[in-house]
Design a protein around this ligand. Structure first.
Ligand code: SPV
Ligand code: MN
Length: 630
């Protein structure tokens, strides 16, 4: 029970100042005090600093990150560079585990460890992990302030880079914590980069890297890492806590962008969310020219009184892949990254104080400093692998408000009403570029069937096809069956459920060449927006609603000034029955592993299969042209 006057803790005055103690007392929250006390005792930092929302405190973090060389200033004013260890360049799936109490069911793809055992292990690794370092105590707010969506989060970290990144990525929450009025309803995230080595200092004991989710306590403990996907409590770590919470309530936590779509000459904006696995075009969809961005990574969705689902971006910044950001393909981000402002580059090449990355569209230097240290072209790592000039998963961290296409509703406590949802994968030979689901439940089926080829954003081999329901599988901490039922429940409670679309930007021909252009996604997007307003008719095909040729031809001409041919249409929108049936088999196999996959899901899968089989036998061929349905 929260008390009206928080207990006075006797923390060691040699490591925490009276002023800082008072900042904690002012929150009037016993649980905050308890947590800070417990983890100081465990991690044993030599200093503890409490950071409020004041500009002075925030500036302190910026300065300290530079002093500790966790970041180094670059020539472009306001920008800095941070490096993670050569072996710490992506999310570590293997050592990211959910603590499961004995006897509780967990889906087979959730990486788990017995709660008691896991806590014992990580507490022992964290014991003394902050020795000789400063621990900062930070307060943030997931989602806009003063909103039904708001979740407060407390972060303890000994990484000034983590603390600084969170300033760019999350809303300040010290004042929001006061409003909790002593309530224990908040997440807490404790991180230590552990022992550091080298210059710039990077995590030494990578083999002791652990990221453990404790749903029972709404906490995440993470140690011996720096890469943001493993270290930033509020990002993929709080995402997992929120997935758990949402699935025990009546809302959704999704790995989704949120964008405003602005069809020309129509005087309306329609909001869309989209879930794509890493490096499958998510940020580039959210950044399509002429549209506005609310968020690029994580959304909360709630049933709203106007009958729509409303969505908020839980973040207010972007931790984006920098590879292939260039003036032509990503003009808005490129412009932001090459003009002065506060931003953090990570794991890119630095030469004479300027950052360089893969695919930036300009001549790049043959030497400099990168995630491997001093670098020159041809340098190999200890496994004999040639080191590229920057890591393919190198990143930039920037505030959305710094972008010219920031949506005015970014911080709206009501969120934005959703008209559509996109699911996208990376698939060279099966799915059409865009398809609309028959209805909400069929949309769940499309989302649950996302497959993609693995990328460099997770450790391990790249290029392997894997299923990734709702692009959220990496973060799943509840049984998939429960998650699907929760989706079903939400849509059924909505008067106006969003229309659901599956996209695939990666379709190739037999020669292995992409058969859609980089910017074609703008056409798919505006077709979907039009469908949400009944502007276009569609083909009722066995796998969902397909666009009509004339509509696409018109959209290609008006949006991209491109001639769209019947040959393009047939190559892109033919239904590949054999491939689709193979895909269904893979999906079936996956969901059979799950206990209690809901019946509606099996019905959808079986119906889809039956429709494909009968289509194939009707036409006596396995690839059916969309014109056959005219
Ligand atoms: C992703 O990989 O999905 C990201 C970056 O958004 S990370 O923080 O690594 O999750
Ligand atoms: Mn992501």
């Amino acid at each position: 029970m929260p008390s009206s006057k928080a207990t006075r803790y006797e923390m060691d005055s040699a490591i925490i100042s009276k002023d800082d103690m008072n900042k904690l007392y002012e929150l009037n929250n016993d649980k905050v005090l308890r947590i800070v006390d417990e983890y100081i005792q465990l991690c044993k930092p030599s200093k503890v600093t409490v950071i409020t929302d004041s500009p002075k405190d925030i500036e302190y973090i910026r300065q300290r990150a530079l002093e500790e060389q966790e970041e180094m200033p670059l020539k472009l004013e306001g920008s800095t560079i941070h490096y993670d260890s050569y072996e710490d360049q992506a999310r570590d799936k293997e050592n990211t585990k959910t603590l499961i109490p004995k006897g509780e069911y967990a889906s087979p793809w959730i990486n788990t460890i017995d709660r008691g055992e896991g806590l014992k292990e990580i507490m022992s690794i964290m014991d003394g992990a902050m020795k000789g370092k400063e621990c900062v105590v930070r307060f943030f707010c997931l989602g806009p302030k003063n909103s039904k969506f708001t979740i407060c989060a407390l972060q303890l970290t000994d990484s000034l880079y983590v603390a600084h990144s969170e300033d760019l990525l999350y809303r300040a929450g010290y004042e929001e914590f006061k409003k909790l009025n002593g309530s224990e309803q908040f997440y807490y995230l404790v991180h230590s980069a552990g022992e550091l080595i080298g210059n710039p200092p990077v995590t030494k004991n990578i083999d002791q890297r652990r990221i453990y989710m404790d749903l029972k306590e709404n906490r995440v403990l993470t140690v011996n890492n720096q890469y943001a996907g493993n270290s930033l409590g509020l990002k993929k770590l709080a995402l997992r806590l929120a997935i758990n919470q949402a699935n025990n309530e009546d809302w959704l936590t999704e790995h989704m962008f949120i964008m405003g779509v602005h069809p020309e000459g129509k005087n309306r904006v329609s909001y869309f969310c989209g879930a794509y696995p890493s490096a499958c075009g998510k940020t580039s969809t959210a950044m399509i020219p002429g549209q506005t961005i609310v968020g690029d990574d994580i959304a909360y969705l709630r049933i709203w009184s106007d009958g729509h689902a409303h969505a908020v971006n839980i973040e207010c910044g972007i931790f984006g892949i920098i590879k292939d950001v260039n003036a032509e393909d990503d003009p808005i981000i490129y412009e932001a990254l090459t003009t002065p402002r506060e931003m953090i580059f990570s794991n890119v090449l630095i030469n004479e104080g300027h950052p360089y990355w893969l695919g930036m569209g300009i001549d790049t230097p043959k030497d400099g400093f990168n995630h491997s240290g001093n670098w020159n072209e041809g340098k190999k790592d200890k496994n004999g692998k040639e080191i590229p000039l920057a890591h393919p998963n190198a990143r930039y961290t920037i505030r959305i408000s710094e972008l010219s296409n920031a949506d005015p509703n970014l911080n709206n406590p009501e969120g934005v009403p959703l008209h559509g949802i996109f699911y996208g994968g990376r698939d060279s030979d099966t799915m059409v570029p865009i398809i609309e689901s028959f209805n909400w439940e069929h949309g769940i089926f499309l989302g649950a069937s996302i497959e993609s080829e693995t990328t460099t954003a997770t450790l391990g081999k790249a290029g392997v096809r894997s299923a990734n329901p709702m692009a959220n599988l990496d973060f799943m901490v509840v049984p998939l069956s429960k998650y699907l039922k929760n989706h079903q429940k939400l849509g059924n409670a909505l008067k106006y459920p969003p229309k659901v679309f599956a996209t695939n930007y990666f379709l190739k021909n037999e020669k292995g060449k992409y058969i859609t252009g980089m910017m074609d996604k703008k056409v798919w997007l505006l077709w979907a927006e039009g469908r949400a307003h009944d502007d276009f008719k569609a083909i009722n095909s066995p796998i969902g609603f397909l666009p009509l040729f004339d509509d696409l031809k018109h959209l290609f001409k008006t949006i991209l000034n491109k001639e769209y041919s019947k040959e393009d249409y047939v190559a892109q929108f033919s239904i590949r029955c054999d491939k689709l049936l193979e895909k269904l088999n893979r999906i079936e196999k996956l969901f059979k592993k799950e206990e209690e996959t809901p019946e509606f899901f099996w019905n959808l899968l079986n119906d889809q299969r039956a429709r494909l089989v009968s289509l194939q036998s009707k036409y006596r061929k396995s690839t059916i042209s969309p014109f056959d349905f005219y």
